[in-house]
Write a protein that binds this ligand. Structure first.
Ligand SMILES: NC(=O)c1ccc[n+]([C@@H]2O[C@H](COP(=O)([O-])OP(=O)(O)OC[C@H]3O[C@@H](n4cnc5c(N)ncnc54)[C@H](OP(=O)(O)O)[C@@H]3O)[C@@H](O)[C@H]2O)c1
Length: 329
């Protein structure tokens, strides 16, 4: 019988790429957990089975995992700074706990959990590895750290084969998170916040999907945690310069000190959150310019055979092309 797979978060960036790849590969039945108001029609058109539900609704999760062999749990409350701490916690932590429990009850054979390198906070002594200490730097990262620990403990205690992956910054077609940076470089108004010497490591979304599928298939992966990112870090100066070259524009060498911007981010959060508005600037966004995120992918290479193929120049070019095709740039 063909295996059945459940993907959560398929209306989002990574989950969408993963679910489409699974359909393209054609060797399993793909079910996706979608919220009632999510834009899910295109997924159904591709032949995926929609299971309407919500991570905050345990009964809906029970139906979603019924008859499923592999769960790829990608969904999270991520670009939702307007949410209260409680709502973020209910989705990312309680939702994961509920999904683990119903998956175990339903006899799921593998649970692949998407965490984040953000659980480590800043990496002061690069490269970070799977053994680097947890030091989440904001409430989103706190929920990712807690959910990951829970998934790991649940797997050990109940014999559910859990695999955890921690992606670094994901980019590529369909992502809108880096669009602001592209737009600002393109318009000529971009100013680096801080020195720009901070290291950042990104992964092109299709490379990440390769790694996630290895987490779902490799027998050696069970019970393990893998950092999945591109093969090397780049300074922010180098990333923005590559974007500028891709777009055929020049960027200013003027810089803005990061501390006042960080304070402005904190103020925006303070004002916007009680009003339920996503703040235009928030501390996690400013942390992008302040915190080193450089990692080793040696474990994923050795254990999974993970091998990212798209280098930064190529990945940024493909991303820019997609933004242009969508009329976003
Ligand atoms: N993007 C990155 O750079 C990055 C880096 C490290 C880790 N990650 C992790 O990677 C995963 C995917 O990130 P992404 O960039 O693809 O995020 P995304 O585009 O924001 O997608 C989030 C997905 O989660 C779903 N979701 C949110 N709350 C839900 C709930 N209560 N019940 C059911 N589904 C819910 C969303 O559904 P709707 O369409 O209904 O909103 C959407 O499909 C997340 O776990 C994130 O923490 C991302």
């Amino acid at each position: 019988m063909r295996p059945a797979v459940l993907v959560t978060g398929a209306t989002g960036f990574l989950g969408g790429h993963l679910a489409r790849r699974l359909v393209d590969n054609g060797d399993c039945d793909v079910r996706v957990l979608v919220r009632r108001d999510s834009k899910s029609a295109p997924l159904e058109d591709l032949g995926m089975e929609l299971s309407v539900g919500d991570l905050m609704d345990r009964d809906s999760l029970r139906s979603a995992v019924s008859g499923v062999d592999i769960v790829y749990h990608i969904a999270a409350s991520f670009r939702t700074e307007h949410l209260t701490r409680d709502d973020m916690w209910r989705t990312n932590v309680q939702g994961t706990q509920d999904l683990l429990e119903v998956s175990h009850e339903a006899g799921v054979q593998r649970f692949v959990h998407c965490s984040s390198v953000g659980v480590h906070g800043a990496i002061n002594d690069p490269p970070g590895t799977e053994e680097s200490p947890f030091d989440p730097g904001d409430r989103y990262q706190e929920t990712k750290a807690e959910a990951e620990k829970m998934a790991s403990d649940f797997g050990e205690q109940h014999g559910l084969p859990v695999v955890i992956f921690r992606p670094a910054g994901i980019y590529g077609p369909d992502d809108l998170r880096f669009l602001k940076l592209f737009k600002s470089v393109n318009s000529g108004v971009f100013r680096m916040i801080g020195s720009g010497k901070v290291l950042y490591q990104m992964i092109f979304v299709e490379d990440l999907v390769d790694g996630v599928l290895l987490c779902g298939m490799s027998n050696k992966a069970v019970g393990e945690v893998f950092i999945l990112t591109g093969d090397r870090p780049h300074s922010l100066n180098s990333i923005t310069q590559t974007i500028a070259e891709t777009l055929g524009v020049e960027i200013s060498s003027l810089r803005i000190p990061s501390t006042p911007v960080y304070v402005a981010g904190a103020l925006c959060e303070l004002v916007c959150r009680p009003l339920g508005i996503n703040p235009p600037l928030y501390r996690r966004r400013v942390d992008f310019f302040r915190k080193t995120r450089a990692f080793s992918i040696e474990k994923a290479q050795e254990v999974l055979g993970f091998s990212p193929k798209v280098d930064l120049e190529e990945g940024l070019r493909r991303t820019a092309t997609w933004y242009e095709e969508q009329g976003l740039l």
